[in-house]
Design a protein around this ligand. Structure first.
Ligand code: FAD
Ligand code: NAD
Length: 467
């Protein structure tokens, strides 16, 4: 029986990053993954494939919607969905192979199979051919991630009632795609198919899209998406989704308590994800999942059993790849006796639509609820020369700062390349910068980042210059 200092169950961005850091710190490390490819949800059916499809569909959208205005004539532009998906699969394969390379480079022992506890220091691994291996280990990191969630009446059949996994592997472009859930997956994958020509209708339970983000973002983004042909049913509760053979029928109740029936050819269920612990036999290690299916951990990502840690989507907090990665490094360094830290307030959130949406820190709603005296500075992207040059005039940057100290408390933006722009805000906030600090830094011209400077000037004492 092989013995390890640390055994990690799950090879997503939490697990494989934890494995690398443990190995770097001199621990004898094992990684167990039930699927044949490494990388978890993020690399196989999440972040990477969705961004590949977003990029491809954006090229098509630009070719059909903005090339002419740029003075580029193209005769006939067609979508080859099979090729688009084949390219996406190639990107996924290269990225997953990259993780295998990193495991080998760092001398990490990889086991393929379902890992389950025999006791708190013994893990059994069952592969698909029925072979069983057992390892003993001083420490365990559970990084088993999450699966799509759904509610009664909307059970995915993976044929016409689909999750993000099937939406990334469609055989045809839906004529009409109904999306349940106006959150990140619904609007990213809804955007992919809207750009490719689908009619997209969103049914959202809350009174806003992205209800947990700063409300200003959702309001602005609805306007942008409506121009692209999206339809929205807010405050609408889905009762039933039926596969009618040739399509789907969604029955819902709107805020006036009227029954609404929406028909389409596919229905994407995107109402969140739930922590995944099936097959782990947690009880054998003396652990149980909480009523949300998550593994409870303390501030050190340590479970109730001291040698067992848990990270990423399977524990509390944002279900984001970079949050899982931070926790992976955090636990590895904790095991090595270091004193790492994670600033959970500064984990940025990004939606990879176009324009992109990005945020860090507190929302206006959170500041109001906490009774914080804050000021806001906002700058519209359309006022920038850079935006006009690229025809990316939608959106704004908003900076929230403490009314007394001027410390930046939150930054929220819809903008071309917001996914990259947000890092300026994260860096500034990590160093506890004031809005005036950002306003006084020289930003290159012409760039989208000038909107960050202008929003900071607007927050400082309403002295933005280009509005
Ligand atoms: P996972 O990536 O879910 O990995 C868990 C792994 O554990 C899986 O490979 C699973 O097979 C394995 N496993 C489970 N049980 C066992 C067992 N008993 N034995 C062995 N192996 C086991 N996040 C972002 O930050 N940015 C994005 O752009 C983004 N886009 C996304 C798009 C989509 C469509 C989806 C679905 C998610 C997206 N996410 C994104 C979220 C991101 O994928 C997750 O937050 C991230 O993958 C969580 O990492 P993890 O390591 O906790 O778990
Ligand atoms: P989400 O939490 O972003 O959105 C779910 C939406 O569904 C919410 O707006 C919610 O109000 C709504 N909803 C819930 N129940 C409903 C119901 N019964 N009827 C109608 N609407 C309902 O979840 P998601 O979009 O499924 O994504 C899951 C996770 O994956 C997220 O936590 C996200 O962090 C992660 N993810 C991240 C990215 C990214 O970082 N770009 C991309 C995709 C997914």
């Amino acid at each position: 029986m092989s013995t390890f200092d640390v055994t990690i169950i799950g090879s997503g961005p939490g697990g494989y990053v934890a494995a690398i850091r443990c190995a770097q710190l001199g621990m004898k490390t094992a990684l167990i993954e039930k699927y044949a490819t490494l990388g978890g949800t993020c690399l196989n059916v999440g972040c990477i494939p969705s961004k590949a499809m977003l990029d491809s569909s954006e090229h098509y959208f630009n070719a059909t919607h903005s090339f002419a205005a740029h003075g580029i004539k193209v005769d006939k532009v067609e979508v080859d969905l099979a090729q688009m998906i084949a390219r996406k699969n190639e990107v996924v394969a290269q990225t997953c192979n990259g993780v295998k390379f990193l495991m080998d480079k760092n001398n990490i022992t990889v086991y393929q199979g379902v890992g389950s506890f025999v006791d708190k220091t013994t893990i059994a691994i069952a592969d698909t051919e029925g072979n069983n291996t057992t390892v003993t280990t001083k420490n365990v990191i559970i990084a088993t991630g999450s699966k799509p969630n759904f509610f009664p009446g909307m059970e995915p059949d993976k044929d016409r009632i689909i999750t993000s996994t099937e939406a990334l592997n469609m055989k045809e472009i839906p004529k009409k795609l109904i999306v349940i859930g106006g959150g990140v997956i619904g609007l990213e994958l809804g955007s992919v198919y809207a750009r490719l020509g689908s009619e997209v209708e969103v049914v959202e339970f809350a009174d806003a899209i992205f209800p947990t983000m700063d409300r200003g973002l959702g309001k602005e983004f609805i306007k942008i998406l409506k121009k692209e042909g999206f339809k929205f049913n807010l405050e609408t509760s889905v009762q039933k989704v039926e596969n009618t053979g040739k399509g789907v029928k969604v029955t819902a109740v709107n805020k006036k308590q009227e029954t609404v029936v929406i028909e389409g050819d596919y229905c994407l269920v995107a109402v969140g994800r739930k922590a995944y612990t099936d097959g782990l036999a947690l009880d054998k290690a003396g652990l149980t999942a909480n009523n949300r299916g998550q593994i409870e951990v303390n501030d050190h990502c340590q479970t109730a059993v001291p040698n067992i840690y848990a990270i990423g989507d399977v524990v509390r907090g944002a279900m984001l790849a970079h949050k899982a990665e931070e926790e992976g490094v955090f636990v590895a360094e904790t095991l090595a006796g270091q004193k790492p830290h994670i600033n959970y307030n500064l984990i940025p959130g990004v939606v990879y639509t176009w324009p992109e949406i990005a945020a860090v820190g507190k929302t206006e709603e959170e500041l109001k609820a906490a009774g914080v005296n804050y000021k806001a500075g906002q700058f519209p992207m359309k006022a920038l020369g850079r935006s006009r040059a690229s025809m990316d005039t939608g959106g704004f940057v908003k900076i929230l700062a403490d009314a007394t100290t001027d410390e930046i408390l939150g930054v929220h933006m819809i903008a071309a390349r917001a996914a990259d722009l947000i890092m300026e805000a994260v860096t500034a906030m990590e160093f506890r910068a004031s809005a005036e600090d950002l306003a006084r830094m020289c930003h290159p011209h012409p760039t989208y980042s000038e909107a960050v400077k202008e929003a900071a000037m607007a927050a400082t004492d309403n002295r933005a210059m280009h509005i």
